[in-house]
Ligand binder design. Sequence first.
Ligand code: MSP
Length: 666
Amino acid sequence: MSKKTFYITTPIYYPSDKLHIGHSYTTVAADTTSRYKRLRGYDVMFLTGTDEHGQKIQRKAEEKGVTPKEYVDEIVNGIKDLWKLMKITNDKFIRTTDKYHEEVVQKIFKKLYDQGDIYKSEYEGWYCTPCESFWTKTQLIDGKCPDCGREVELTKEESYFFKLSKYQDRLIKHIEENPDFIQPISRRNEMLNNFLRPGLEDLAVSRTTFTWGVPVTFDDKHVVYVWIDALSNYITALGYMSENDDNYKNYWPADVHLVGKEIVRFHTIIWPAMLMALGEPLPKQIYGHGWLLLEGGKMSKSKGNVVDPVILIEKYGLDAIRYFLLREVPFGSDGVFSNEALINRINSDLANDLGNLVSRTVAMIDKYFGGVMPSEYQDGDFDEDLKGTVMGTSEKVEELLDKLQYNTALTEIWKTISRVNKYIDETMPWVLAKDEANNKRLAAVMYNLAESLRIISVLIQPFMPETPEKIWNQLGIAGNTGILDWDSSKVWGKYPGGTKVNKGDVIFPRIDIKKELEELEKMADKNAASKSEDVKADTKKTEDKNTAKPEDKKDAGDSGYITIDDFAKVDLRVAKVLEAEKVEGADKLLKLKLEMGDEIRQVVSGIAKHYSPDEMVGKYVILVANLKPVKLRGIESQGMILAASDDKSLVLAAIDKEIGSGSKVR
Ligand code: MSP
């Protein structure tokens, strides 16, 4: 009998210069589920990749003086390296610039055109030139661009349209009849109430204002709209409409598309409508997870958080990072990432609860039995309760992982770890060891600890690629695959008596939180200038959507967009630099004295590598005046000045004619 298949995808990533820890969230979750399903005997297809077309990429490449393909190639290699570092076990990596993908996107577009689901018309809308965005009249705020507040013009552009409206009723019916189709349930309601029931408009699916996209075969002025191109990846990767479509036949429909909440709408409206038009089955589920918010907030006492996944993995190890990502926050909700929360988790759950249990167990077997597990035991109090808890864990974990409830699945495993730790307190092996008559009882306690750890190590495999092996080495059972498969977690007594344990390194060293946070804060300050890159990575989403048509614009609030009112919260002012000096011991920082109207402000800025103190004096800069003051290198900074930066240079945002200091910038 052939194995049951399981097809899981992540979104395909925009090539952004620097991936932060939040970017790895969807991928780590998808990897965990893939590992879990493989352990349960499924034939898994796990797909990820990159979404490489669009105007922004074209522009960035032009700025750098390279071709768009050259520009994305380098970044995509970086993304692949990161997934390797994170031990992501994707079975396939698709790039939307892969030829086979582009060809099938063209075939899809042509098929939909030939059957009348795509038609040519004119797009009429209000155009904001600086933002390069189209808006419908109702989206304008006081007749102006809702993004930047500037004047808009009425324009017409030739465009192909997809008959999205035609599929509205079928889509509503499908969502209503299949409660699991959109998860969590709150996102399902949001899609129905905010988008589907109010009515869908046809979607503009081609562009003529740039060329970096998949050309429409029958009208080469047009390139295919990036979302049509990108969403198709889920089937082009399987060979859909190609000579060899075995994978498509084998794996489609997808079991789950994991996506961040801001792109649920594309996946639950445009994508199923496309599939309906193509006459193909719909994916079984789209799961919209929450965001990991990166900029601290209440939870974070230390200001600057290090969010570079490579640095974090180097410092704390891969498994600690993966554990944190999936443990800290329920998968459907938003949560805050802070270095402090990460270190607390490492210390309490990993070093104290699990790491200690491994070290203590092995050390006791070593001390009491010369490192070899005896074979004769005597049952006693607490044993039955312990065994029941440990053996009952896998069923709970399965139920939760089947529902993508990573954090509660981990909570269950850690409850069991606590139970095992409590068993040590209850049985008090050090007391038993005082009298030889207790030897068999002591042996039983050691056995129960080692056996519990064997089961726990099997259960953490989907989440942690490195730790199980370390535990097996210490327990002396590495390579003994017969007792380490998933189902062996349901059976008590597989750990072989007579096994020799190996005392090894502490698997999760404890971290001195105070010292570590100070160090991280310094690192974050040092990177103050380059930190704007991380922020850029997040705003990238917004930028890319700005190149899309109005259909994309409805979900301000939940999509990474801000409204003009949000923007108005930022108090931007012109300020004159009165004095500037280097900050001792910080080669990137300058301390500036600024005049802002009647007020004097002191600001520490990470520009010292690009501007000398002398050069700064007399300049007019743009100051974020209502930023909460912070201390950088012990010096208070009362705001932030704006600058643009790339890998090599940094330039200050300019005021191009004279204007009084204190003037508002908007
Ligand atoms: N290219 C589109 C997807 C097209 S799929 C046909 C895209 N790319 S993205 O690079 O912006 O995002 C990729 C994934 O990373 C999304 O699921 C997104 O939600 C996730 N994350 C990026 N930053 C994140 C956080 N800070 N927290 C959690 N996930 C976030 O969207």
